[in-house]
Ligand binder design. Structure first.
Ligand SMILES: Cc1ncc(COP(=O)(O)O)c(C=O)c1O
Length: 378
């Protein structure tokens, strides 16, 4: 195949097969080990992964659960959130952030985001809390930590629990400290496309609190404090041994994968710098981005046309997220209107995530950037 033909190959948003090809032997050996033991739930793999994740997050406890959504819901519940309570969430995230709140019979209180970081704007939250507000869920969107000092400070003043939605930000740092250890508890998702992805659904709660750890350990397992003794109504949400074994193999590679993502982001930034109509990700000083997504803004109402232009040339891209929570049909009854959260509404019209995964090559990144610039000029 000549170089030109190769350069014109399709570039998907994500290529998990390339990752599997690199770690196939390790994964198959780890899965086989679990199959030999025939122990599938709450076993040694899960316990080891919990300890490794707690260490990664520089926190004390990891508690494996069925998904990132379950992690959010059970963490909030362990923090005392229940029917009739309110929880502050950014209006621009994956629907699970708000869905975990409504699943508990609580009400999400929506808040706008900062234009630069796409994360919840702490300056606006101040006026939002009411006596019914029990918690706040900052989302580290796309892998960029939220402004946690300001969030923790206002949470302290209003006596709110802080549950980080760290689904997209495993391993990122805020002022030298790892996400997952920045609030009362954190929810991590191991959905297959995440930076550390399982081969199915899986999630984890990370906390430094003895009390929350005991509570979650019960809640994820039918509220049991001992064998067949249930203290409170719980649920079945446990991370199984096969997923834990896969995740432990991948965890050994996470550092090198994160570095590759950061290098790819630097390359995109360099290639896209100075072109009008595209804004590359902004990273505040002292914060480390792990680029679960590399998301640009396309100004001037041209985002959808640019996306179609890329698609015609075999280049994948995605819009995370096209509809902010307050405009989602599911939340119509909460009484919000278009115009309530202008920064998020504008972001929903402008964001475009470009292919981002460790195995991307320099030539592929260059081609994405070249075609994006061509789209802007067309
Ligand atoms: C920001 C955010 N929160 C929560 C979740 C929910 O995680 P899961 O899909 O593992 O339930 C996801 C991922 O899907 C997410 O991206």
């Amino acid at each position: 195949m000549n170089p030109t033909a190769k350069a014109a190959e399709a570039i998907p948003m994500l290529d998990l097969r390339a990752q599997y090809a690199a770690i196939r032997a390790e994964i198959r050996a780890a899965i086989d080990d679990v199959l030999q033991t025939q122990q599938f739930v709450l076993g040694p793999q899960g316990a080891a992964l919990e300890a490794e994740l707690a260490a990664l997050c520089e926190s004390r406890y990891g508690l494996g659960v069925g998904s990132g959504t379950d992690a959010l819901m059970l963490a909030l519940r362990a923090c005392g959130v229940g029917p009739g309570d309110e929880v502050i969430v950014p209006v621009f995230s994956f629907v699970a952030t708000a869905g975990a709140v409504t699943a508990l019979g609580a009400r999400p209180l929506f808040e706008d985001i900062e234009a630069d970081t796409f994360n919840i704007d702490p300056a606006q939250v101040e006026s939002r809390a009411t006596p019914k507000t029990k918690a706040i869920v900052p989302v580290h969107l796309y892998g960029l930590p939220a402004e946690m000092d300001a969030i923790n400070e206002l949470a302290r003043r209003h006596r709110l629990a802080v549950v980080e939605d760290s689904a997209q930000a495993i391993g990122a740092r805020y002022k030298g400290r790892r996400t997952g250890g920045l609030g009362d508890a954190a929810a991590i998702s191991f959905y297959p496309t995440k930076n550390l992805g399982a081969y199915g659904d899986a999630g984890m709660i990370v906390t430094g609190s003895d009390e929350l750890a005991v509570r979650v350990r019960g809640l994820r397992n039918h509220g049991q404090s001992g064998k067949y003794v249930s203290e409170e109504a719980g649920w079945n949400s446990r991370l199984d041994e096969l997923q834990a074994a896969v995740l432990r193999v991948k965890l050994r590679h996470l550092d090198e994968w994160q570095k590759a993502r950061q290098e790819h982001a630097d390359t995109y930034n360099r290639l896209l710098a100075g072109f009008s109509g595209v804004t590359t990700p902004q990273v505040p000083t002292g914060v480390e981005h792990v680029y679960h997504q590399y998301t640009v803004r396309i100004a001037g109402g041209r985002r959808d046309r640019v996306q179609a232009f890329l698609a015609e040339r075999g280049i994948g891209s995605s819009v995370y997220y096209p509809v902010p929570f307050h405009l989602q049909p599911i939340y119509a009854s909460l009484g919000y209107r278009r115009g309530d959260f202008p920064v998020a509404e504008k972001a929903a019209e402008e964001v475009l995530s470009l292919p981002m995964y460790p195995e991307l090559t320099a030539a592929q990144i260059e081609r994405v950037a070249t075609e994006l610039v061509a789209a802007l000029k067309s």
